[in-house]
Design a binder for this molecule. Sequence first.
Ligand code: PLP
Length: 381
Amino acid sequence: MIYLDHNATTPLHPQVLEAMLVCLQEHWGNPSSPHSLGNQARMVMQQARARIAESLGCEPSEVVFCSSGTEADNLALRGVAGALRSRGNHIVTTAIEHHAVLHTCDALEEEGFRVTRVPVDPQGVVDLESLERSLTDQTILVSVMHANNETGVLQPVEEVARMAARREIPFHVDAVQTAGKLPFRLPELGAGLVSLSGHKLYGPRGAAALFVREGTPLRPILTGGSHEHDLRAGTENLAGLVGLAKAVELAVQDAAEEGRRLTGLRDELEARLSSSIPEIRINGAQARRVPNTSNVTFPGVDGESIILGLDLAGICVSTGSACSTGEPEPSHVLREMGVSRRDAQGSIRLSLGRGTRQEDLDLTVQVLADTVARLRRITSI
Ligand code: PLP
């Protein structure tokens, strides 16, 4: 099997699995319990928190563990909205966010908040002037993703951070697709809130974190015990968090080198696809992108049919957001970039990862070229 869907999820790193197994077998106590087994579990949790903080350049007290990138995004958006309701009711985000942000914004609108979804240019980069113009005295939160999950296009979050800071507006960055892929330290992003998710960086599912910079106003969305500095109630998934910490540590260690390797492979893949399949377009190719992602439009061909054809040959790719697979609507991200409805439906995402080798891509180019040629023949009959 050739797996080219790493933006959907990644396999566990063997060292992550090992760390988790030890934890599951030996540290199964409840970190809140007052006895020695609980104390031991609490220590293991503190170590995991400290390792993440060390790897990402923040304080351990600024790491809030939660269950998924979706939950981290929800906590950031609903948490700030809840905390600052009396100050204003306006939220600014972009039109190409993951549904974890966009659908949460829809829900907040139903609760009386006003949301501005700032457009992007044809390369998929947020329009900074529109964003700045949209900020008002009523704006209580700005949320912009670091890299888009479908195209890999990076957003100018540092500039947005400066705009938000000038007006003292909390800023959230969904870094689910960049944490572990790019060698950044959290303070460099300039955000008060940053989401990341274990299963996107060779860690487990069910383990994620929201970085909450000291002093950022936030109300919990899950209430109960006083876990996670009173910001996220619920007995912790200790083995998951140990796995997350190990995964973050490993990913950060070789993000720069692995990034260079994947950029080389991705660029060559795109060059070879362009020379062997007529009329294709690489979406967001002129923008800065994460190293591993390529979003390709094959005009006149249905993306779902390409995916089926590749799957039959043992190659796993997707149309974009895994969460929207099966939905008849074409990608909102591509549509916002000005891609026609038909072309958006004829687009697929190839996302490379640690296991990807040159020979995988050789075969992928060959199978893709055959599949697209066959599908074009069928549709032209
Ligand atoms: N944000 C982005 C940019 C994503 O790509 C994803 C998942 O694809 C999420 C949030 C949600 O993360 P999770 O799958 O951990 O809920």
